[in-house]
Design a protein around this ligand. Structure first.
Ligand SMILES: Cc1cc2nc3c(=O)[nH]c(=O)nc-3n(C[C@H](O)[C@H](O)[C@H](O)COP(=O)(O)OP(=O)(O)OC[C@H]3O[C@@H](n4cnc5c(N)ncnc54)[C@H](O)[C@@H]3O)c2cc1C
Length: 291
């Protein structure tokens, strides 16, 4: 991953290896304005080499046992600690069975070396527009759990990501994990992305379908098409009405392409992205229709 700068070395910093949540909080209280929390370091180290970030202190949370937990409890849902890697998530049977949309998104993130180090929480905290995890998490109504010297709080992922590299986090706080509600029995999900040969998606979609009180409930969330993930309630409505057929999925994909606001950048024009919105939606829904 390169943003085009010539730097290859890291700027100077002081490294702190925390072993408890309390220790992380104390270090943030002392150095918060000048510190960055590090999980896998995949994104942070790349940003530092590019001089896009130069924190004087790095607080490594990989050694905090409490943050390594990946726990599922019926009725409560799934808790993903801040140090849980993509590899651990991709090999989780619970994720595969109950949270298919997220399982597909994490399994298609980067390559095996990236997945061995990178964490889901680090991906969400990075908050770059083309991350894959956020659309899937938003389609599952997931929340971010935050701790700091002033206590704990929980924020929906949809509100946590405020803009590119902009998250709802104070300098003396850090994210301890992500909480995903228990999926209603029979919930299905699919994730699709188009990369066009780039490392990252040019357009992606996360779709979740569930049955609530004999009604179909849909969530359709796009990634990489705008500065933050975009939920498309118009496409959701199209999917919630009538039978779930080929005609329904064609209509929903068309509605999505018409309603989702897409940006132009070096990877694609907004018009091309609109076309991709329709394509990835059709691909995801087609798989759901066949299963
Ligand atoms: C070659 C390559 C390919 C990639 N492909 C993809 C891809 O296909 N899809 C995709 O979505 N991403 C992709 N990525 C991005 C990658 O997934 C992220 O960089 C990674 O998930 C970040 O996780 P991390 O644990 O390494 O975070 P770190 O690098 O440790 O941290 C990233 C940022 O989050 C902050 N942070 C981390 N943990 C916390 C915490 N607990 N509390 C508060 N802030 C925190 C850090 O301070 C930093 O600003 C790719 C990256 C590379 C280098």
């Amino acid at each position: 991953m390169s943003f085009g700068s010539p730097y290859l070395t890291l700027p100077d910093f002081t490294y702190h290896r925390a072993s408890t949540v309390e220790e992380v909080i104390a270090l943030l209280k002392e150095h918060g304005d000048e510190a960055k929390v590090m999980a896998g370091g995949v994104g942070l180290i790349a940003f530092m080499k590019e001089r896009l970030m130069s924190p004087a202190h790095i607080i490594d949370v990989k050694g905090v046992e409490e943050l390594r937990q990946l726990r599922y409890a019926p009725g409560k849902g799934l808790s993903v600690g801040a140090s849980v890697t993509y590899e651990e998530l991709a090999s989780s049977e619970v994720l595969k069975e109950k949270y298919t949309v997220l399982h597909e998104a994490v399994s298609r993130t980067g390559d095996p070396m990236i997945r061995a180090r990178a964490t889901l929480v680090g991906n969400v905290c990075e908050a770059i527009p083309w991350i894959d995890s956020a659309p899937a998490l938003i389609s599952l109504d997931a929340s971010v759990e935050i701790a700091g010297a002033r206590g704990k709080r929980t924020v929906p992922v949809a509100g946590f990501i405020r803009g590119p590299v902009d998250i709802d986090l104070e300098s003396d706080e850090f994210v301890t994990g992500i909480q995903i509600p228990d999926a209603v029995r029979g919930t299905r999900g699919a994730f699709e992305k188009f990369t066009g040969g780039s490392e990252f998606a040019v357009a992606s979609v996360a779709v979740t379908l569930a049955s609530e009180n004999k009604r179909r409930r849909a969530r359709v969330v796009f990634g990489s098409v705008n500065s933050t993930p975009v939920r498309c309630t118009e496409a959701e409505k199209a999917l919630e009405e009538g039978e779930f057929t080929q005609a329904t999925i064609r209509r929903a994909a068309k509605v999505a392409a018409e309603s989702v606001e897409c940006v132009s950048d070096v990877l694609a024009s907004s018009e091309y992205r609109k076309h991709l919105v329709e394509v990835v939606t059709l691909q995801a829904l087609w798989r759901l229709l066949q299963n």
